[in-house]
Write a protein that binds this ligand. Structure first.
Ligand code: ADP
Ligand code: MG
Length: 459
């Protein structure tokens, strides 16, 4: 007798996901939206449609992989495919295979380097770093007739928040990335009728979460998530003109007698950030220009070796109307004086007449200074503004998250180079915190404890 595999009816968003044939498909949004379910069903459907196809399902840890996928799929497929426990693979009679892999550390990814698959599913992709994502992506290869696709599911927040948001929400593509290959489907918990019927209290539980987490998990809001390090950072175009309650503003002509400070954070395999700040008569700082790039991973085709960086800094300072013929003081990442591995980066700076003093690298006091500068006074004016042309500053600052191991620091695995440069700048010109009415009641929530240090305004 013919065996028939039956699935419950997918919801509307799941249907979109199941039918989507873009090369990169992200299924995002709220918890409980039915994303992992869709991964299970899609992977099985592909196996049945394309005999001999090879599929890999990845999740952060093995226990999650087991609970979310292996156990329910063993149930679904009991008479349709054989599960091989040691290999962690389903083998279908038609030759199709589903591999289950977890990825908690970079070492885990090393093990999968040689694996070739046709379709990759990254469940909870926001728990993977961009580096891990790129390495998994490289497993999708091979010369055969099968489709080559990558399906991701994602929640706002987590270490991978930045790259997932860039590719699927902001759709801000680098060289070599083709916008037409990316598709995003937003699922909301309210889309999952099966869950609402079986567990009507689930939404109530999500509604009881702290506001930021609720916005992220219930509404799938990618701009707000738990653990955002610079919570107070505000980019409000509607206030660019009056400059109140916003840190980002339209550029203006910088008066010729304002002081200019250049701050610099160096990265070899990570980006460097060179930032020019203009200081007005009240000591208020404006980030007016930024040079940002990477030595190892070329951005827009340019490899930024130290000589090239400092040559370009020098050129900008000689030519740009806001900088030329001015005295510019520089402050930099103290590690560029390190010559233990050969030439110190600072020697290259010296050769190009780009001078720096050593930045104060006390991290906690540095972050406090950043917060003091960002804090709005009672009229809504901060002590630092960013010209909206400094896109890497504006892009990276709101993405940074608290470190999981050190609640007073940020997660240094993220793109923190502009933030470090900002910190060296702030430490070179410390300000006293503005006394503002704190309109937020601090509770017992550990998140609140972490932000107690800074006189934020919460509105
Ligand atoms: N179309 C569906 N029919 C029946 N149950 C579903 C369906 N979609 C999801 N579910 C169930 O709803 C619950 C939440 O779905 P899940 O895929 O785990 O959500 P997410 O991964 O988005 O958090 C699970 O118990 C799942 O089996
Ligand atoms: Mg899930």
């Amino acid at each position: 007798m013919e065996k028939i595999l039956c699935f419950p009816e997918p919801n509307e968003k799941q249907k979109l996901f199941l039918r989507d044939t873009h090369k990169y498909v992200a299924f995002g949004g709220a918890r409980g939206g039915g994303k992992s379910w869709a991964v299970r069903v899609k992977s099985i459907l592909l196996c049945l449609k394309y005999p001999g196809i090879k599929i890999m399902i990845v999740r952060h840890t093995y226990p999650e992989l087991r609970a979310n996928h292996i156990v329910p799929m063993r149930e679904m497929l009991s008479s349709f495919a054989v599960y091989k426990e040691t290999a962690k693979e389903f083998h279908f009679p038609n030759g199709s295979v589903i591999l289950f892999r977890h990825c908690q550390t970079d070492k885990d990814v090393d093990k999968y380097q040689g694996t070739e698959v046709d379709v990759l599913f990254l469940d909870e992709a926001t728990q993977l770093s961009e580096e891990q994502y790129n390495r998994f992506k490289a497993c999708v290869r091979g010369v055969n007739k099968f489709p080559k696709r990558i399906y991701l599911t994602c929640n706002p927040g987590g270490e991978g928040h930045g790259w997932v948001k860039r590719l699927f929400i902001d759709r801000n593509y680098n060289m070599g990335e083709n916008a037409q290959e990316y598709s995003f489907i937003q699922s909301l918990v309210t889309d999952n009728k099966a869950l609402l019927a079986s567990d009507p209290d689930y939404v109530k539980q999500l509604e009881a979460l702290p506001p930021k987490l609720r916005k992220a998990w219930l509404e799938g809001d990618w701009n707000i998530f738990e653990g955002q390090f610079f919570e107070e950072f505000a980019d409000r175009p509607e206030h660019y003109a009056d400059r109140r309650w916003t840190h980002v503003i339209e550029p203006f002509e910088v008066p010729s007698d304002w002081n200019i400070v250049r701050s610099f954070d160096f990265g070899y395999s990570k980006p460097f950030s060179c930032d020019w700040w203009a200081i007005d008569y009240d000591g208020r700082a404006y980030l007016i220009l930024q040079l940002y790039g990477c030595t190892a991973n070329p951005d827009e085709g340019v490899r930024w070796y130290p000589d090239r960086i400092f040559k370009e800094i020098r050129r900008i300072e000689c030519e740009h109307r806001w900088l030329k013929n001015r005295r510019i003081t520089g402050v930099a990442d103290p590690s560029i004086w390190d010559d233990s591995r050969g030439n110190a980066v600072i020697d290259s700076a010296d050769r190009h007449f780009v001078y720096f003093s050593k930045g104060d690298n006390r991290r906690l006091s540095g972050w406090m200074q950043c917060h003091y500068r960002l804090a709005f006074d009672e009229n809504g004016f901060p002590m630092v503004y960013f010209f909206n042309t400094c896109r890497h500053a504006i892009r990276t600052l709101p993405l940074l998250q608290f470190s999981e191991t050190d609640p007073e620091d940020l997660n240094t695995h993220m793109e923190d180079h502009f933030a470090d440069s900002f910190r060296y700048f702030c430490m070179s010109r410390p300000v006293t915190p503005v006394r503002v009415q704190n309109t937020y009641e601090l509770g017992d929530d550990p998140l609140d404890q972490r932000v107690r240090y800074a006189p934020y305004t919460y509105r």
